[in-house]
Design a protein around this ligand. Structure first.
Ligand code: G
Ligand code: G
Ligand code: MN
Ligand code: NA
Length: 254
């Protein structure tokens, strides 16, 4: 109850912040953009993990308002970066299942793009497999509408959810994000190697980009490069950064 009340106050008091975790093209090393990740700075308890408050926002419906704010903030930031000399950077924003079934997702996204002036091609929406399978028919409609407006779509945590690979044939998916659980032991675990190879093969067949998440060392990055993976994200490249830190990081990278 306390948490729910605090979250409502947090929305009014602007206690949320959007952080950005850079992604790079493994072959050129250039930054391709970032994933937006929400942070909550509680006035008493300090930073609260999204794992603790995002589910509460989903249960209470607060995620609709919070999600719209995150999306608008991320689009405005990315548009500002264009004016600061980084024209090609995209931004990936996590969308929860509740936002998909609410019905207002498309107008909300269109408004954020209009308000920010960001090109729709530079916005990628990340959804999990479980969100997709929650209501496949409704989500398929939604994804097609978004895709027709030019937004990119990514399946997050790919390989960890209960899902049918058949949806890849029917969904306008642009990107698969390999969950970090499969990357952690990639240098030593043959099972994980096989899983990553299989995802890369699917990506190639369906003409989708593949992003490896949770890349924590150079050995993992080199392995992914050798396998033909396009894009990497993880602590080895950068942890999630505040808006200001993201600018500093871009100035110094590579
Ligand atoms: O940011 P962390 O780095 O701690 O994120 C943990 C989890 O919280 C992510 O895997 C994701 O599921 C969720 N999360 C983080 N940021 C957002 C966001 O902006 N929107 C939604 N819906 N979930 C988020
Ligand atoms: O589920 P999603 O991919 O949206 O969640 C991203 C989460 O993963 C965030 O909590 C982020 O802080 C975390 N993360 C990002 N890079 C790494 C990494 O290299 N290692 C680990 N352990 N976690 C990471
Ligand atoms: Mn994500
Ligand atoms: Na993920």
């Amino acid at each position: 109850i306390r948490l729910e009340q605090d979250l409502k106050i947090a929305l009014q008091d602007e206690q949320f912040e959007v952080y950005y975790q850079p992604k790079i093209n493994i072959h050129t090393r250039q930054c391709t953009g970032a994933e937006a990740l929400v942070r909550w700075r509680h006035p008493v308890n300090g930073f609260v993990s999204p794992d603790a408050f995002v589910p509460v926002c989903e249960e209470t419906g607060l995620i609709i308002e919070l999600g719209a704010w995150i999306l608008r903030t991320a689009c405005i930031k990315t548009r500002e970066l264009q004016e600061q000399g980084y024209p090609g950077l995209n931004v990936a924003v996590n969308i929860s299942a509740v936002q998909f079934t609410d019905g207002g997702l498309l107008p909300m996204v269109v408004r954020a793009l209009e308000e920010s002036g960001l090109a729709s091609e530079l916005l990628e929406l990340e959804i999990t497999e479980s969100a997709v399978m929650h209501d496949p028919e409704e989500v398929i409609l939604s994804l097609h509408e978004l895709s027709e407006h030019g937004m990119k779509l990514a399946i997050d945590d790919f390989g960890t959810g209960y899902s049918s690979l058949a949806y890849l044939k029917r969904f306008p998916v642009n990107t698969l994000k390999i969950d970090r659980a499969f990357i952690t032991d990639i240098s030593s675990d043959n099972d994980d190697v096989a899983i990553v190879e299989a995802v890369l093969g699917l990506g190639k067949h369906f003409n989708m980009k593949v992003v490896a998440e949770g890349v924590e060392d150079e050995e993992q990055l080199n392995f992914l490069k050798a396998q033909g993976c396009d894009i990497a994200q993880g602590y080895f490249i950068s942890k999630p950064l505040s808006s200001e830190q993201y600018n500093h990081w871009l100035e110094r990278w590579p």
